[in-house]
Design a protein around this ligand. Sequence first.
Ligand SMILES: [Zn+2]
Ligand SMILES: [Zn+2]
Length: 339
Amino acid sequence: MKAAVLHKVGNPLCIEDVPIPQIGPDDVLVETKACGICRTDLHIYDGLAYIPQLPHILGHEPAGIVVEVGQNVSGFETGQRVVPHLFFTCGNCYYCRVGSDAQCANLIGLLGVLNDGAFAEYFVAPAENLFVLPKQISFEVGGLSSCAAITAIHAIRRTRLGPNDTAVIVGSGGIGQILVQILRASGVNIVATSRTQGKLETAKKLGADLALQPDHPDTLKQIKEFAGGDGVQCVFDCVGTSTTMKASAEYVMRGGQIVVIGEEPEFPEIDTIQIAQRELEIIGTRNGSRQDIDDVIGMLAAGIINPPIAKTFPLEEVNQALDLMRIGGVNGRIVITVQ
Ligand SMILES: [Zn+2]
Ligand SMILES: [Zn+2]
């Protein structure tokens, strides 16, 4: 099969022929139709996080069609449209039992990160990690369930947000745009920030009440006025730099929550006086549970989430797609399509 293979960290992916992966008795072989690109792909590519064994096939936002099922598998048949849950978990540890799949203490695999992913014509996943993708959801959009969309719903569930609360979304890219749509449907008032004018316009279209440039001198004042004076109940930092964390701490009200979604190798100084005296909560979040992915598939099917696809590239042009992701400013998800 054709695959985009990472042989050396920092080097372009090589488009080459590799054997179709073998499935075990509990696995399913899926023919890839589409696979989204995520900043984590760049982090792996750059050697900043999750160093996999090389050579490695990236790609962790896939959707495709079942082509072969293992001998123990029931409930799936060839021809079905599916998307994966990325974390292959033990199912028995404390974290699995409480639904924190991404924290599994005995993680067995992680599609596209520890295991070969879907920048390839086929990928393998355990049957228990696959979810049926309803017909009304395109492969390009459905693939986003496993990372962008599941991360958004899980992040919201880590908060206390309720109807008529106000949230700021810092960084209105792929995950930020899905956050806007789910929060809108939940009755939360929304401020989106981005340095990119096009993303601000999209955030407004998707349901943000205010869309603001973070560097504008009036931004903090406008956010506080919009939220009723003291700041917002919750900030989602989808960027994760020192600058955005500092801004998040300014936007949030006393007793408010800052949810850290974006990850960058930066180590902002933490003001413990502010955290203690204003009773702030800083909350990490990572991917989500099987229930989270099942719920986002439902929301995609119902049209509650309809994430914009900025651009598609064929598998052969995956390096151009990664370059575009790196430059940033792309308004929506970049998706690889596989013939
Ligand atoms: Zn991702
Ligand atoms: Zn576990």
